[in-house]
Ligand binder design. Structure first.
Ligand SMILES: [Mg+2]
Length: 265
């Protein structure tokens, strides 16, 4: 039996959109490929999406045909809650985002409060963003709150195309004169650290699998991980050539990667 090339890694960190899922549905062959990859080592799914908790995101993926456990999913809502707990202990917070942020923050021991009592505002994509909410964020910041952004992805892919992402909300606050003090989502090293911690292995023994060169691949490499770039999502081979971002492996899509069918630049 020949050694599978990916067997040199002891764990795998996978991006979700553009790798496993597109338009909310698993890409063809992905559930089977994920089962095969799990025979090589543990997997975690690392996403800048902050709208759901680990529990909520695992339930949604499982309902759509990709069975994953909550402990295998690492959304930026969870990264934010864990980062604040590790750096500052329990904090008083005000969330500007969807339910995932408050859910994970409370699970980590943080306390939701009115904006002007918050030590931190924790911000992500919010499909109910309003002028009133921006005003609440401003009052929190004027009262001394610090600003954590879960991510600054400019857009977010849905079944019907791109919609404004977490970066749109972060940018609205930045436009009031307050840039985020910390951004925890990819390509921040914080995101990759939380992912490899969850696998319980050193970064050098983990493989980051993603479709975005600037976040998944550059960030994973910066964190000391091996990287695999798949062409089923956002970035292209031409971009890899132009930007000089060089992944360890390239494959047409995630199932091809797991089959060991690699492309070269
Ligand atoms: Mg992606």
């Amino acid at each position: 039996m020949t050694l599978h090339p990916l067997q040199r890694y002891r764990g795998f960190v996978l991006d979700i959109d553009g790798v496993l899922v597109r338009g909310g549905k698993p890409l063809p062959g992905v559930p089977e490929a994920l089962a095969d990859l799990r025979t090589l080592g543990p997997v975690v799914l690392l996403t800048n999406n902050s709208t759901r908790s680990r529990q909520g995101m695992a339930a949604r993926l499982t309902a759509r045909g990709l069975a994953v456990r909550p402990t295998e999913v690492i959304p930026s809502s969870f990264i934010a809650a864990r980062y604040l707990q590790q750096e500052y202990g329990p904090v008083r917070f005000w969330p500007l985002g969807e339910e995932g942020i408050a859910e994970e923050m409370v699970l980590a021991g943080h306390t939701p409060v009115e904006p002007t009592h918050a030590q931190w505002i924790v911000v992500g994509m919010d499909r109910a963003l309003s002028y009133a909410k921006l005003d609440q964020a401003l009052q929190a910041l004027l009262a001394g709150a610090r600003f954590l952004a879960t991510n600054r992805d400019p857009t977010y892919p849905t079944e019907t195309g791109l919609v404004p992402g977490g970066g749109a909300v972060v940018g609205a606050i930045e436009g009031m004169g307050y840039p985020p003090e910390v951004v925890v989502g990819k390509p921040s090293p914080i995101a990759f650290r939380v992912a490899v911690d969850a696998l319980g292995i050193p970064p050098g023994e983990a493989l980051m699998i993603g479709d975005r060169l600037e976040t998944d691949i550059a960030g994973g490499a910066g964190a000391g991980m091996g990287t695999a770039f798949v062409l089923s999502g956002t970035s292209t081979v031409e971009e890899a050539e132009r930007t000089g971002i060089r992944p360890t492996w390239i494959a047409q899509d995630f199932p091809a990667l797991v089959r060991g069918e690699f492309l070269s630049l």
